[in-house]
Design a protein around this ligand. Structure first.
Ligand code: C5P
Length: 330
């Protein structure tokens, strides 16, 4: 058989985008629920000072970073729940995470990223932040940039308020924008049911509604409200430490819930249904619209989810547990 090519053409390798050996790193990072969230007023930096308690739950975003040849740049694909809603360009937090790490390490950003989604999109559960956290850890390993934990957390904070927590995982107090973390000791597992809606709420929009509610309350009270107490509810921390799910349920609290309910009044019914069905506590997760119900057991969580389905108040339901580990290579 003749290839009809001069010998030098026959042996010269083609310049593919992918390297021959395709080394790849896959990292899983968790979504979160805020067990407690108290917000101060809007700061000059465009953010609110928060005191929050995050818990990572065992719903994961998985990012595979695959090596490509120098100069190939970043490419991004996504699959899984709500993947069609995810932008696949430089506005995606995973893309921005790879670009930021490359800049930090003084190298060019050449990588193929593939996201497998397991956290609801725009649901107040930090799905996009988990993508950024997973990408930082995956590219750090793939490119052998050897960032310290502190460096990774600093880069994570530059990407978004929830990204450091998705790197860290488990349960933690968040202050500042939510990005300054202190781990919280917990015992045992907490079982959760989540009611998910296909049309999300935008976080800035929820914060704007929160600011309007605060301004209204202050005008009635003839002056500014209380200064933000920098510590979360001690009863919540005690209940987490001793694995007291009922105590955790009683202490669930979210300042953004009223704002989310103003924008989505239908969430009140989702909350009511879980409450009358014996949930230990129910609240809007972060800026919503996902509603989180703390259950007595895994079986009870499944029952709560079935009731939401039967009542037709959720587009999707999911049950899981927390705490879950932070961003890890799998
Ligand atoms: O930090 P992140 O990019 O996730 O924040 C998205 C938006 O949510 C911010 O631009 C801001 O409008 C709002 N936000 C806030 N205060 C926080 C966190 C977020 O006002 N602590």
């Amino acid at each position: 058989m003749s290839w009809d090519l001069p010998p030098h053409e026959a042996v010269r390798p083609r310049r593919h985008l992918r390297a021959l050996s395709d080394p790849a790193v896959t990292v899983r990072a968790p979504g979160k629920v805020n067990l407690f969230l108290r917000s101060g007023p809007l700061g000059a930096d465009g953010f609110h000072q928060l005191v929050t308690v995050f818990q990572a739950v065992a719903l994961f975003e998985e990012v595979t970073a695959t090596q490509v040849l120098p100069g190939a740049g970043i490419t991004l694909t996504a699959e899984g729940i709500g993947a069609e809603l995810v932008p696949l360009d430089e506005t995606n937090l995973a893309w921005r995470a790879a670009a930021l790490l490359a800049r930090h390490a003084g190298r060019s950003a050449d990588v193929t990223l593939h996201i497998r989604k397991g956290v609801p999109v725009a649901g107040g559960m930090a799905g996009g932040s988990a993508d950024a956290a997973a990408t930082l850890v995956a590219c750090d390993a793939l490119w052998e940039t050897r960032c310290s934990r502190a460096e990774l957390l600093q880069l994570a904070a530059a990407l978004g308020s929830d990204v450091p927590f998705c790197v860290m995982g488990n349960t933690a107090i968040g202050t500042g924008r939510g990005h300054l973390l202190t781990p919280v000791i917990t015992s045992g597992e907490f079982h959760w049911a989540f009611a998910i809606l296909n049309s999300g709420l935008s976080t800035p929009e929820v914060y704007r509604a929160f600011d309007e509610l605060v301004a209204m309350a202050e005008s009635f009270a003839d002056g500014p409200g209380e200064v933000l107490d920098p510590t979360p509810d001690p009863e919540l921390l005690r209940a987490l430490r001793s694995g007291d799910a009922e105590g955790v349920g009683r202490s669930l609290y979210n300042d953004l819930q009223a704002a989310a309910l103003c924008l989505r009044p239908d969430l009140a019914q989702t909350i009511d249904i879980a409450q009358v069905s014996g949930a230990l506590g129910v609240l809007v997760s972060g800026s919503g619209p996902t509603v989180a119900a703390l259950a007595k057991s895994e079986r009870h969580a499944k029952a709560l989810a079935s009731i939401w389905v039967a009542e037709g108040v959720a587009d999707e339901v999911v049950t899981t547990y927390g705490p879950a580990p932070g961003a890890r290579v799998v």
